[in-house]
Design a protein around this ligand. Structure first.
Ligand code: NAD
Length: 354
């Protein structure tokens, strides 16, 4: 039997603690030998040991892998270096090397934790959506300029450029993911003002004939931002460009109230990068109290999107939901008086329900 090659990038802070727990879950849910793991350096620890945040050895390993599971990078120790020598520089270089252009962020409410949400329980309780954000184009990567005019007044310019292939490949992901969920796709743009958005909308319209089973609608980004907090249940799969997706996915992440619970996937044509949405949490690193659920659910996404093991992915998701509904809580999600589990005990509560 051939094995899938998965590169682990534990990173900094709580990264190594939570990635280790996700591996325990993956080993329990898959057949022995189905996945071969190797571990590489990224971020601050890589800077300390090699002088670079994304060493060449790591680059070679991730390019040869079927998928990459990342903890988090960064911490105060490395905050003062120049941009390309910071841990976050390593993360951007990693995404670029892998060519991951579609970032997927599912956000689902766990009914038992709903009072951690800033929204009313009846609004937040129905959240179950997935944002597909374009990750390698748009204004973050367009031409830019800083200068001053003849009067000495400063100006700055950023360019939002999208090409047809860049739009098509991420919109296609949106349609395919919608087919696997409730067959509804919301495309978010600013077509009343921006030409790049008009092209985006045109292409979505052209492509919808290829997915007759999916119901498509267009929503302006300002309206979408409003609906996310007033009627989040309205959304299922949302596809949008880079800048809008950056803002909307962070807005959606807080709907459920717990940063430690949310996973993400970044997909290219060949590889996939999976990581929790939170950072390296240096304030709690080394204490054994971090919530491993975001990373464990990222590992489930890896099984589904890169390793063709959807059933195993669903088993992990059901085990997490069962552990939470039966009261398993790490410190970040426990209410006063509730029993608090360590990182390892939380994983064991999930393993016990697999
Ligand atoms: P953070 O997400 O690391 O932490 C924010 C707060 O949430 C902290 O109080 C932390 O203790 C808590 N928290 C985060 N994850 C948790 C978990 N799994 N369990 C329990 N509590 C958790 O954000 P920050 O403090 O702004 O950043 C810390 C470092 O992480 C910085 O160096 C930042 O650059 C880096 N960072 C990295 C990534 C990444 O690797 N993708 C993303 C964001 C931030």
């Amino acid at each position: 039997m051939s094995s899938y090659q998965v590169v682990l990038l534990p990173g900094d802070g709580i990264g190594p603690e939570i990635v280790g727990e996700a591996v325990r879950v993956l080993e329990k849910v898959t057949k022995p030998g189905a996945i071969q793991f190797s571990s590489q350096l990224l971020g601050g620890k890589a800077i300390d040991e090699t002088g670079e945040p994304f060493p060449e050895v790591t680059r070679q390993a991730v390019l040869a892998a079927d998928a990459v599971l990342l903890g988090a990078v960064g911490g105060p120790k490395w905050d003062k270096g120049p941009g390309h020598l910071r841990p976050e520089g390593g993360l951007l270089a990693l995404r670029k090397a892998l060519g991951v252009y579609a970032n997927l962020r599912p956000v689902k409410a766990f009914p038992e934790l709903i009072d951690a949400s800033p929204l009313k329980a009846d609004v937040a309780g129905a959240v179950d959506l997935l944002i597909v954000r374009e990750l390698t184009g748009g204004v973050y990567f367009g031409e830019r300029e800083r200068g001053s005019n003849s009067e000495g007044e400063r100006f700055a310019r950023d360019t939002m450029l999208y090409t047809e292939p860049e739009i098509r490949r991420v919109v296609r992901r949106g349609f395919e993911i919608a087919q696997g969920r409730s067959k509804r796709l919301t495309s978010v743009d600013k077509a009343n003002v921006l030409d790049s958005s008009r092209l985006w909308r045109e292409i979505v319209e052209e492509m919808k004939g290829d997915y007759p089973d999916v119901q498509v609608e267009h929503v302006l980004v300002d309206a979408c931002a409003m609906y996310l907090v007033t009627k989040p249940h309205y959304f299922d799969v949302v596809v949008t460009e880079n800048l809008f997706g950056d803002i909307l996915s962070d807005e959606a992440a807080v709907l459920t109230g717990s940063i430690g619970l949310l996973p993400s996937a970044s997909l290219g044509d060949k590889s996939g990068l999976y990581e929790p949405i939170h950072g390296s949490a240096p304030d709690i690193a080394g204490q054994g109290i971090a919530n491993p659920v975001g990373t464990i659910l990222s590992a489930a996404m890896m099984l589904r999107y890169s390793l063709q093991m959807s059933e195993e992915a669903s088993r992990i998701e059901r085990a997490v939901a069962a552990a939470l509904s039966e009261g398993a809580r790490t410190k970040d999600i426990a209410r006063p008086g509730e029993k608090v589990l360590s990182t390892k005990e939380m994983t064991e509560a999930i393993l016990a329900r697999l």
